[in-house]
Design a protein around this ligand. Structure first.
Ligand SMILES: Nc1ncnc2c1ncn2[C@@H]1O[C@H](COP(=O)(O)OP(=O)(O)O)[C@@H](O)[C@H]1O
Ligand SMILES: [Mg+2]
Length: 581
C-alpha cells in the first residue's frame, strides 16, 4: 500500500514521542552548535576591521582564548546533542521492533502460509535497521543544520542585507532538483528493501533445506540464485548512491553561482566605500560556512527518503489486519468436558475447496479416528477446531460454544495437539517438553516422557533432559521427535487431545507401545486420532471416513468392515501389505 509521507512521519513520530525529553535536550544542544558557527562568522568582522586593519593588539591577545573556548563549547554541545538523539532513536526503534513482532504473532496461520519466514525476518531486522541508522542521524542533522543555516543567514543579512539577498536567491533554486532526487531515492529504497527480503528468503530456504540441497547436489544452483539476488540488491544500492552523489554537486553548482554574483557585488561596494573589508569577509565567511549545512540538508533529505521507503514497508506489516478476530467480549472456556461438533462446515483455502458441508459429533471422552486418503481434509479439520482458520459456512462447536465466540487462549488451553510436523525448538529436551506450560516440575516432565516412551532414549542422550536439540531436531530420529511432541501434549493435560499422524514415524513395536500409553492417558479425554496405520485405531469408539472433504462413512471398525466401501478397501490394502511383509 502506498502511504503519503506525512502519514509515515506522523507514525514514526508517534514512536519517538515517549522519548521527547532526550530529543528536547539534544535540540537544545544543537542551538549551542549552531550558535558557535554563527559566532565565528560574526567575529570575523571585528577581527579584520579592528585587529588586522586598525592593529588593536590588546584585542589580538584574546583571540587564542576565544578560539579554544569556542571549540570547547561547540564540542560539548555536539556530544550532548549526538548522545541523546541517538539513544532516543535506538529506543524508538526498539519499540518498533517489539510492536512488529507482537503484531506478527497476532496474525493468523493464513498470513504465515502467504509470507516466507525470511521475508518477515527481513522486515524486523533489515527494514527496521535502515530506519534506525538514518532516523537518529536525520533528526540531529535536520535540527543542527537548519539552526546553523538560520543563524548564518541572520548574520549575513544583519551585516549587509542587499549582498546577502544576492547570495541567497540561489538557495530556493536548489530545492526543486533536491526534492526530485529525494522522491526517486524513496522509490528505489523501497524496491531495494524488497530485494533484501527476497535475499533473506533465499538464505532461509537454503539453510532450512540444507539436507535436500546437498543430497540433490544443488549447491551451485543455490549459490547462483543467491548471487543473482545479491546482484539485484546491489543494483538498487547503486542507484541510491548515484542519486545521492548527484545531489551535492547540483546544489553546490547552483549556490556557487549565487555566491559569485554576491562576491562581485560585494567587491564593488567595498571599492566605492559603502562597506568595510571586515563586513565583506564576514558575509563571505557566513556564505562559505553555509555550504556545509546546505549540503547536509540535501543529503539528509536523501537519507530520509530511503528510510521512508523502509518505514512504509514496516507500516504495511503493522497494518496487516488479523483475519481471525476475537469477539469482544469473548467467552472464557472453562471446565471443558470435550464435546465437539462440526455443523455443516464448508471450507476452502483461497479458492481450493477442501471441506464440503461436513458434519460430525463427538461426545465427551470418546476416542475417535479420522481416516481417509491424504489430502482428504483431515488436518484441516484440526486446524478449524483450533480456529487457525474460520470456515466459510457452518460452525465448529466445543461444549456448546462456537469456537468463534470463545477467547483463543482458553480454546487453545483446552486443546493439546501433536501435529504432523513434530516441530521442536532449539532448546533443551526438558524445555521442549515443558513448552506449553509454565512452572512445570522436573518430575512432571519425566513422567510425561515416560508415558510417551521417550524417557529411555532421553537418558541415553549426552546431557539427558538438558541436551540441546537443534531447531529441526536434527540430532533426533523422526520417531524420537514424535515422542517428544507426544510428551509435550501429555504434559499440557488438556481435556481434548488431537493427534495428527503422531506415531507415523515410529516402528510398529514402539507405535503399539506409544498407542498403549496414549490409551491410558486418553482416559476421560476426548481424543481425535488421525492415523496412518489403521491397525492402531481398531479400538476407537467411532471412526469417521473422509474422502475429498466429505464424510462418507462412520461407525465402529466392525460396522465399517461390514459396510464395505472405502474403509474396507483401505483396510484390506494395509492388511495384505502387512501379511506379505
Ligand atoms: N495452507 C494451505 N493452503 C492451500 N491449500 C492447502 C493448505 N493446507 C492444505 N491444503 C490443501 O487442502 C487439502 C486438504 O489438506 P489436509 O487437510 O492437510 O489433508 P490431509 O490431512 O487429509 O492429508 C489438500 O488438497 C491440500 O493440498
Ligand atoms: Mg494431514
Amino acid at each position: 500500500m502506498k502511504q503519503n509521507n506525512r502519514t509515515i512521519y506522523a507514525r514514526l513520530f508517534a514512536f519517538a514521542r515517549p522519548y521527547w525529553g532526550r530529543i528536547a535536550l539534544s535540540m537544545l544542544a544543537s542551538v549551542g552548535v549552531a550558535g558557535s558557527d554563527a559566532l565565528v562568522a560574526k567575529l570575523v568582522e571585528p577581527f579584520i576591521d579592528r585587529i588586522v586593519v586598525q592593529g588593536d593588539f590588546a584585542l589580538a591577545k584574546l583571540v587564542p582564548f576565544f578560539v579554544v573556548a569556542l571549540a570547547g563549547f561547540k564540542g560539548f554541545s555536539r556530544y550532548v546533542q549526538s548522545y541523546f538523539i541517538k539513544t532516543a532513536g535506538q529506543l524508538a526503534v526498539q519499540d518498533i521492533r517489539n510492536s512488529i513482532f507482537k503484531h506478527l504473532l497476532s496474525l493468523s496461520i493464513r498470513f504465515y502460509t502467504k509470507n516466507s519466514t525470511g521475508k518477515l525476518m527481513s522486515r524486523i531486522l533489515n527494514d527496521v535497521n535502515l530506519v534506525q541508522s538514518t532516523l537518529s542521524n536525520v533528526v540531529v542533522t535536520l535540527v543542527k543544520e537548519s539552526l546553523t543555516l538560520v543563524a548564518l543567514v541572520t548574520v549575513a543579512f544583519y551585516t549587509d542585507w542587499k549582498m546577502a539577498l544576492m547570495a541567497f536567491v540561489a538557495i530556493p533554486l536548489t530545492v526543486y532538483p533536491a526534492s526530485r532526487i529525494g522522491k526517486r531515492i524513496k522509490y528505489i529504497s523501497k524496491r531495494g528493501q524488497g530485494a533484501m527480503a527476497i535475499l533473506s528468503g533465499t538464505l532461509e530456504q537454503a539453510f532450512s533445506g540444507i539436507k535436500i540441497v546437498k543430497s540433490f547436489s544443488r549447491e551451485i544452483n543455490e549459490i547462483d540464485r543467491f548471487e543473482c539476488q545479491n546482484k539485484k540488491y546491489y543494483n538498487y544500492s547503486k542507484k541510491t548512491v548515484k542519486y545521492s552523489a548527484l545531489s551535492a554537486p547540483i546544489v553546490e553548482l547552483i549556490s556557487s553561482a549565487g555566491a559569485a554574483v554576491a562576491l562581485w557585488y560585494g567587491l564593488q561596494r567595498v571599492m566605492t566605500g559603502q562597506m568595510t573589508q571586515g563586513q565583506l569577509f564576514s558575509i563571505l565567511t557566513a556564505i562559505s560556512l553555509m555550504y556545509t549545512p546546505l549540503k547536509s540538508l540535501v543529503k539528509v533529505n536523501n537519507i530520509v527518503q530511503s528510510a521512508l521507503g523502509a518505514a512504509e514497508r514496516i507500516f504495511d506489516v503493522l497494518d496487516e489486519a488479523p483475519d481471525i478476530i476475537e469477539k469482544s467480549p469473548a467467552v472464557e472456556l472453562s471446565n471443558v468436558k470435550g464435546e465437539i461438533q462440526f455443523k455443516g462446515v464448508s471450507f476452502s483455502y483461497e479458492d481450493k475447496k477442501v471441506l464440503e458441508n461436513f458434519s460430525c459429533e463427538i461426545s465427551p471422552g470418546e476416542v475417535v479416528a479420522l481416516v481417509g486418503p491424504s489430502g482428504a481434509g483431515k488436518t484441516t479439520l484440526f486446524a478449524l477446531l483450533a480456529r487457525f482458520y474460520d470456515p466459510q459456512s457452518g460452525c465448529v462447536v466445543v461444549d456448546g460454544n462456537d469456537v468463534r465466540d470463545v477467547t483463543q487462549k482458553s480454546l487453545h488451553d483446552h486443546l493439546a495437539m501433536v501435529d504432523q510436523e513434530s516441530f521442536l525448538f532449539d532448546a533443551t529436551v526438558a524445555e521442549n517438553i515443558a513448552y506449553g506450560r509454565d512452572g512445570v516440575s522436573t518430575d512432571e516432565i519425566i513422567s510425561a516422557a515416560k508415558l510417551a516412551h521417550a524417557h529411555d532414549f532421553i537418558c541415553s542422550l549426552s546431557d539427558g533432559y538438558e541436551t540441546i536439540i537443534g531447531n529441526r531436531g536434527v540430532r533426533l530420529s523422526g520417531g524420537q521427535r514424535q515422542r517428544l511432541c507426544i510428551a509435550r501434549a501429555i504434559l499440557q493435560d488438556a481435556p481434548i487431545l488431537l493427534l495428527d499422524e503422531a506415531t507415523s514415524a515410529l516402528d510398529t513395536e514402539s507405535e503399539t507401545k506409544v498407542q498403549k500409553a496414549l490409551s491410558n492417558l486418553v482416559n476421560g479425554k476426548t481424543t481425535i486420532v488421525i492415523a496412518h496405520r489403521l491397525s492402531t485405531i481398531i479400538d476407537s469408539d467411532k471412526i469417521f471416513v473422509l474422502d475429498n472433504g466429505k464424510l462418507i462413512q462412520s461407525g465402529s471398525h466392525h460396522e465399517l468392515l461390514q459396510q464395505g466401501g472405502l474403509y474396507k478397501r483401505l483396510y484390506d490394502m494395509q492388511f495384505s501389505e502387512q501379511s506379505s511383509s
